[in-house]
Design a protein around this ligand. Sequence first.
Ligand code: NAP
Length: 256
Amino acid sequence: METASNIWLTGASSGIGEALAKQLATHGHRLIVTGRRKEALDALVNQHPEQMLAAPADTTSKSDLEALKDSLGHFGDLDVAILNAGTCEYLEIAEYDSRVIEANMITNVVGTARSLDIALPALRATRAKGKPATLVIVSSSAWWFPFGRAEGYGASKAALTYFAHALRADLAAEGIDVVVVSPGFVKTPLTDRNDFPMPFIISSEDAAHRIVKGLEKGKTEIAFPRRFTWLLKALGALPQGLVDRMAASMARNNHS
Ligand SMILES: NC(=O)c1ccc[n+]([C@@H]2O[C@H](COP(=O)([O-])OP(=O)(O)OC[C@H]3O[C@@H](n4cnc5c(N)ncnc54)[C@H](OP(=O)(O)O)[C@@H]3O)[C@@H](O)[C@H]2O)c1
């Protein structure tokens, strides 16, 4: 990431996005910050008024995104788009309802895809001037193992990661880098609702620090904390029969 980049960051009104916005501003970058809650964005912008612009929008709404399109050029050419807005809705299997699956898919997959409707032309315009351009997609490591209740969330993040990797293949010829961020558990308003143990949980400031460090090093895959992501990768690589038995046992423990 160039010094003093112009960055569009979605999901900046709380949690990982808010912490990331503050750290990026401290590193000298300029940010256009998006979320639905205008007051939360205004409070953030007030801390760095010279370097931040609030651009409230629902990222699932094409018209909201169209309305903020011009703001992406507020500080000059857009260097980086960080698509971080997301939700996590858990399924109660006894009351199966496909709306839970849909809610995760709409915000995490469709919302990110729609954000790209406006981000991609802006990044392409930057590349056309011979400058680097980077797209960052915040996914999750949750889908690396089949966790009970996470049918909707895990499926949405698996789809999102595939989306990002396929984009990476297609955009390589244009020189637009695609970075995938796969956090483990991070303490945010999203996980404060969880009523189950969250191993190796880290703070949103720590998560933001790891993302900034990864971007500065030019990494294209940023997964953390390592102990958790390695454990998940190792578990997920076991024979399917074993994975199924472990996953069912964990799901039973969570229901009891
Ligand atoms: N916390 C974790 O353990 C964890 C782990 C892995 C991945 N992640 C991912 O990290 C990202 C940030 O999550 P977080 O934990 O920081 O949760 P959070 O504190 O709930 O933040 C979610 C952010 O997304 C925004 N958002 C949600 N729906 C939106 C919509 N339709 N339009 C615009 N903005 C929307 C929210 O803003 P408004 O409410 O103002 O719209 C908020 O700023 C998510 O993609 C999440 O899946 C989190």
